[in-house]
Design a protein. Structure first.
Length: 147
């Protein structure tokens, strides 16, 4: 099958047809809007809410238990709201800041890997410096006895 095209200089140039020129492609043209499936639009917020409920519910319960162990009944509500509020404020400021730094990172390991490794090291270091609240020294290492 041959297709006749007009190239301007030579009218009537015959070009052999290729399979890609006779069939339509499912890939949209660059810059054209892409229709998002309805199941994705409905399912993604539901899945996200379920994930955050599964992650936050145990954390909030454990936080409330820990605060109740180290405070008196009169100060329990204030201490819990202070801890949760300060944590939320720090996250509100730190997440965009470190996200911007991560987006601008150029390294041979990629944009995210250095931050994942660095965050893991800092997190493990911070974890090792915490122990049971009443008897925790400044830096408690696993395997050593807290004094």
């Amino acid at each position: 099958m041959a297709v006749t095209t007009n190239t301007g200089d030579s009218a009537g140039l015959t070009v052999p047809a290729t399979p890609s020129s006779t069939t339509t492609s499912s890939v949209p043209a660059p810059g054209s809007p892409v229709k998002t499936p309805r199941a994705y639009v409905i399912g993604m917020p539901i899945a996200s809410a379920g994930l955050w409920m599964a992650v936050l519910a145990p954390a909030l319960v454990v936080l409330a238990i820990k605060v109740s162990e180290i405070t008196t009944p009169e100060t329990r509500a204030g201490a819990l709201s202070l801890v949760a509020g300060v944590g939320a404020l720090i996250a509100l400021l730190a997440n965009p800041f470190f996200g911007r730094l991560s987006d601008r990172t150029t390294s041979r390991f990629g944009m995210r890997k250095p931050w994942i490794v660095g965050g893991s090291i800092v997190g493990m270091g911070r974890w090792s410096c915490s122990g049971p609240p009443p008897t925790s020294p400044a830096c408690w290492w696993p395997g050593s006895s807290p004094s």
